[in-house]
Design a protein around this ligand. Structure first.
Ligand code: ADP
Ligand code: ADP
Length: 229
């Protein structure tokens, strides 16, 4: 679903490479944690998958397509197959829960009829039934992140990218949010999640790719957050 082959990235303004010779492959339906210190390159991996950045060297395939030299007009179609969730939720403050999720479908031209069934369905999946008319500021952080997840997956993307999705949440709320992400993964979506949350990584027992200074230092099928001695 996501393949990096010998990918290096040096930002125009950067002196040292943000990523160096990174290769990995995440199959359809996998759940993969990306861990490593701040500045190790986790967000750069996510931005490359979204084609918000292009690599300096190497090849990247996403959902069967080579994306490095993809024409810019095709990028929105690539992104339709990728949901994104961030630490800071990024909801539209002047839209309700329903409208925040519906908006993601309106911009890709879904009909009103489709929207009126898809939005309540996905709000049920993330545990927000009854909150349709609330505004983001009326919700807890955990509820706001549920809205963001609903918006990310309402179009049933093959891939969900999550960059520190529990970074602003307390441990109990983080656990609830991870339950939602695991459910979405079980339903078939490939999940790539960058995180500093060691408790979550250790509990879920998923694949762990560790970056350090832009290089993959380990890639373990059932990994832990700490480097094992
Ligand atoms: P992480 O997500 O693991 O904290 P990043 O991918 O954000 O790591 O950063 C990797 C390296 O690339 C760091 O040295 C960072 O300073 C640098 N970097 C990230 N984004 C940019 C940018 N837009 N321009 C220049 N350098 C950047
Ligand atoms: P428009 O601005 O084109 O009227 P809206 O964003 O207001 O579109 O609404 C899109 C669809 O979602 C409409 O069918 C609307 O009735 C429905 N809708 C909007 N908000 C809610 C809500 N809180 N609960 C249920 N349905 C809603």
């Amino acid at each position: 679903m996501i393949t990096f082959e010998s990918v290096s990235k040096t930002y125009d303004t950067g002196s040292s490479p943000a990523l160096e010779d990174v290769s990995f492959s995440a199959e359809a339906g996998e759940f993969v944690f990306l861990v490593g210190p701040s500045g190790s390159g986790k967000s750069t991996v996510i931005r490359l998958v979204l084609r918000e950045e292009v690599p300096t060297r190497g090849r990247i395939r996403v959902a069967g397509r080579s994306i490095v030299r993809m024409s810019s007009w095709k990028v929105p179609y690539l992104r339709r197959n990728i949901g994104t969730v961030f630490q800071d939720f990024r909801l539209l403050p002047n839209k309700t829960v329903f409208e925040n999720v519906a908006f993601a479908l309106q911009v890709i031209g879904k009909s009103r009829a489709a929207i009126s069934t898809l939005v309540p369905d996905v709000l049920g999946t993330v545990g927000l039934e009854g909150k349709e008319k609330r505004y983001p500021h009326e919700l807890s952080g955990g509820e706001q992140q549920r809205v963001a997840i609903a918006r990310a997956v309402v179009n049933k993307p093959g891939i969900l990218l999550a960059d520190e999705p529990t970074g602003n949440l307390d441990p109990a709320t983080s656990t609830d949010i991870m339950d939602v992400l695991v459910d979405i993964n079980r339903a078939g979506t490939t999940v790539l999640m960058a995180t500093h949350d060691g408790d979550i990584v250790n509990r879920l027992n998923k694949r762990v790719i560790r970056l350090d200074s832009g290089r993959i230092v380990s890639d373990i099928e059932h990994g832990t957050y700490e480097v094992k001695a």
